[in-house]
Design a protein around this ligand. Structure first.
Ligand SMILES: Nc1ncnc2c1ncn2[C@@H]1O[C@H](COP(=O)(O)OP(=O)(O)O)[C@@H](O)[C@H]1O
Ligand SMILES: [Mg+2]
Length: 168
């Protein structure tokens, strides 16, 4: 198989919530302290489901729920995972929650509704866009996009694992 060391995108279709969770699980092992993931997609797309898999992959055993009400959930483990949901956040609140400090910390940070973040805080993050498939209620189109060199490195590791072809 030919590898593409500079690939910036991986596209996957999942056909169930467990499949989306499994993709998050697979990604977790390629992350290291300081990595940030920005999750995009409408309500019910599967951002929290993906994050649950991520947490499982990090060996987190407590339940990952949608953090909409508390904004930030901390999951201590070998690597600390912060699961953040900015759905209800206004720009005025951003500085209050210390998101900038989290992103600069030695933790993995997964952020739902990351479009609420200023773009300079998202610059190096791996982007995960989850879209619906109008033909199948249980299918999701998931695009992992790496704008930064670190993201490319993450996708390189993941690609080897998934054995994903260029047009998968
Ligand atoms: N392929 C799939 N991937 C993820 N979730 C799916 C899939 N198919 C159905 N679902 C369902 O869609 C919902 C996704 O919810 P959730 O992960 O909370 O979304 P979000 O956090 O994006 O609002 C869940 O009820 C899940 O069971
Ligand atoms: Mg959610």
């Amino acid at each position: 198989m030919t590898l593409h060391p500079h690939r910036r995108d991986i596209l996957r279709t999942t056909r169930s919530a467990p499949e989306t969770r499994a993709l998050g699980h697979s990604l977790a092992r390629h992350l290291r302290p300081g990595d940030t993931l920005c999750l995009y997609g409408e309500l019910g797309a599967g951002k929290t489901t993906f994050s649950q898999g991520l947490a499982e992959g990090h060996g987190v055993t407590d339940l990952v729920t949608s953090p909409s009400f508390t904004l930030i959930h901390e999951h201590p483990g070998a690597i600390t995972l912060y699961h953040v949901d900015l759905y209800r956040l206004s720009a005025a609140d951003l500085s209050d929650i210390g998101i900038e400090e989290l992103i600069g910390s030695q933790a993995v940070v997964a952020i739902e509704w990351a479009e609420h973040l200023p773009s300079d805080l998202r610059r190096d993050a791996l982007e995960i866009e989850i879209g619906f498939d109008e033909r199948d209620d249980h299918a999701r189109r998931i695009r992992l996009h790496a704008p930064s060199q670190r993201g490319v490195q993450i996708l390189f590791g993941l690609t080897e694992k998934l054995d994903v072809g260029p047009r998968a």
